[in-house]
Design a protein around this ligand. Sequence first.
Ligand SMILES: Cc1cc2nc3c(=O)[nH]c(=O)nc-3n(C[C@H](O)[C@H](O)[C@H](O)COP(=O)(O)OP(=O)(O)OC[C@H]3O[C@@H](n4cnc5c(N)ncnc54)[C@H](O)[C@@H]3O)c2cc1C
Length: 379
Amino acid sequence: MVGAACALALVRRGFAVALLEAREPATWNAGDPEDLRVIALAPSSARLLDELGVWRTIEASRVSPYRHMRVWDGASGAELAFDAARDGRAQLGWIVENKLVARTLWDALGAAGVRRVCPSHVASFAQRDDRITLELDEGEMLSAALLVIADGAGSALREQAGIAVRGRDYHQRAVVAHVATERAHEATAWQRFTDEGPIALLPLADGRSSIVWSLPEARAREVLALDDGAFCEAAGIASDFRLGRVTSTTSRASFPLRLQIAERFAAGRCVLVGDAAHAVHPLAGQGANLGLRDVAELASVLGEARDAGRDFAASHVLQRYARRRRSEGTLDARALDAIERMFAWQAPTWTAMRGFGMRAVDAIEPLKRRLSAHAAGLT
Ligand SMILES: Cc1cc2nc3c(=O)[nH]c(=O)nc-3n(C[C@H](O)[C@H](O)[C@H](O)COP(=O)(O)OP(=O)(O)OC[C@H]3O[C@@H](n4cnc5c(N)ncnc54)[C@H](O)[C@@H]3O)c2cc1C
């Protein structure tokens, strides 16, 4: 998603771009059931996708705007409530299928005449002073002024570029499923912090909710192995029956969770964007949104350099992008990590302090507005 958005953003700014992709995104059809992988897209991401000319197609296809967010602490009962209307907005964001965004971008790249080399796999690359040369597994050689590395959290290209990562393994997996519930979701993103990890119920367009349930690895394996009835019961208990009983579920999938930040976002003629640069805990639904903010920044920095007649892949240009995005990405990743730690610690005194803190934040409207604006990418 991030690499495709980046290719489109650069093409729209007049750069000649080739996109190397291992697997073509699956096609999206209105009649298909909602895909298991969904993300909460922030207004900043919708704005970028709109500038790229794809948001209208995505919005008209199938999105679910959410207008409220309720976050509560299972241990202390304290709650944070966010409402779009109170911030003067129509919605806080949209729940969208990853597949829909990826496919719409893919089709737009085709329409824009971008060379999509797919399936392709970079075997190796070499940097010379003014060019970067890539050798694909298929034997083809490509040469470019700049390589944008967007191959996800396990990025092999980042490693080849000699960029190390810092972070920690949460030893958790996020279990995902779509569920039907007794009560309507009320266009609300619900999230409860339990002593095992957060469980979110995100509102889907068809009235069901998408569960994102972060659990210690062993517990996640147990939950994945439950039959549907037992899974619904467990999800209902974990979410405090806030939407009543969970009445049916799809099959489940799960994803390992890591905090990971690249030590550098640029090296030579390579830059990192998306999960290749930073992978964060999904508790605030920020990963793809951060990646799309990388894209907006990179397109702007490269475009400005080129418009001024400078070498857009010169080290000082790439460093400008890297400085801005690495400091913001690191701050956000660390803030999410701090939230994860804050809720993981269950000592009674700490739980009481946490409850007190959450209630205090909930009562301070200007502070909540700032938090909400930051999550929306509006600050
Ligand atoms: C459970 C869960 C819930 C989440 N919820 C949210 C949310 O609500 N909001 C949000 O903003 N984010 C969310 N995220 C994070 C979000 O999914 C990721 O940040 C985002 O998908 C990263 O996109 P990416 O394009 O950088 O990387 P990826 O999606 O990993 O894409 C990498 C791409 O590179 C290709 N590739 C890999 N290797 C090669 C190679 N050698 N050659 C060519 N191509 C290659 C792959 O085929 C793939 O297309 C969530 C994550 C999880 C796990």
